[in-house]
Design a protein around this ligand. Structure first.
Ligand code: ZN
Length: 283
């Protein structure tokens, strides 16, 4: 594969665009949320995003950070913000400082170390939280939420003036809801599913599955910090996601092969919910 194909998948009001092949490149964007999940080698679809959520420091997920910073500077865009595991923040600063020197430019950018459980605002009424993943280097996944509010249940049907009076006295008259929209794992072993329940409840769960048959064993997938499809099958009943998007498939398989395997191994209901992210123009 010489040119990295820009795949696209849509569900309800969200689009996921980009590419993900194990060991080659992973970068998906959701334009509606102006968020990029990992940046691969710094691929063009991510140039106009504002927030970059980096799962871990492997080159095929994070090498493009300096390039995106440079492209943003070149086109006079606002300073991009990159969130990443603490382990890599200082090292990335060093890389970018060196590159600044070599390019003879001053870059404007922000690196922020992730903190588990912290709620970070994004566009409009959306925000994200991280969740733990297990890989060969420090890593975390990201879940984007939508916050919505509704009149407190016990105030439904009350007089409008009465509600306004309560509000002006500083009383909270609304209940707040956090709705998990998209969870993205990056590279990980299957145990991320034992973490916070919002991951299993997100409308869309984007997760890695690298191997699908016995050419690679579950043990060797685990040894490299990855997931074998075999491990996901018994876990499906735990999941409340509307769609589970599978990415990071090894280049040794085609999408069609994986789709056949899904149909052969899971119930028709689950076959409908599992989506293999379209990473190349072939079916
Ligand atoms: Zn990795």
């Amino acid at each position: 594969m010489n040119i990295i194909h820009r795949g696209q998948w849509k569900y309800k009001e969200w689009t996921l665009e980009g590419n993900s092949v194990a060991g080659v490149s992973t970068s998906l964007i959701c334009p509606e949320l102006s968020v990029a999940f990992d940046v691969g080698q710094g691929l063009p679809w991510a140039f106009n995003m504002q927030n970059f959520l980096i799962t871990h420091s492997h080159m095929d997920h994070a090498a493009g950070i300096p390039y995106i910073i440079s492209q943003k500077a070149l086109t006079g865009q606002r300073a991009p913000v990159f969130y990443m595991p603490k382990f890599m923040t200082e090292k990335m600063h060093q890389i970018v400082h060196l590159w600044q020197e070599m390019e003879g430019h001053v870059y404007d950018y922000k690196f922020i170390s992730t903190v588990e459980g912290e709620k970070i605002p994004l566009k409009g009424n959306t925000f994200f939280k991280t969740f733990p993943t297990t890989h060969r280097v420090p890593s975390n996944g990201y879940c984007v939420f939508r916050e919505s509010k509704k009149l407190r249940a016990d105030l439904q049907g009350c007089d409008r003036q009465e509600i306004l009076d309560k509000k002006s006295r500083g009383e909270q008259v609304e209940d707040f809801f956090e709705e998990p929209l998209i969870a993205f794992t990056g590279d990980t072993q299957i145990e991320f599913l034992d973490g916070p329940e919002f991951v299993r409840r997100a409308k869309i769960l984007v997760m890695e599955v690298t191997y699908i048959d016995d050419k690679k064993s579950v043990e060797s997938a685990r040894e490299w910090g990855h997931i074998h499809f075999e491990e996901l099958i018994p876990r499906l009943e735990q999941l409340e996601n509307e769609r589970v998007v599978l990415m990071h498939l090894s280049a040794r398989y085609s999408r069609k092969q994986f789709e056949k395997e899904i149909i052969r191994r899971v119930s028709p209901e689950w076959a409908q919910k599992l989506v293999v992210f379209p990473r190349d123009p072939r079916p």
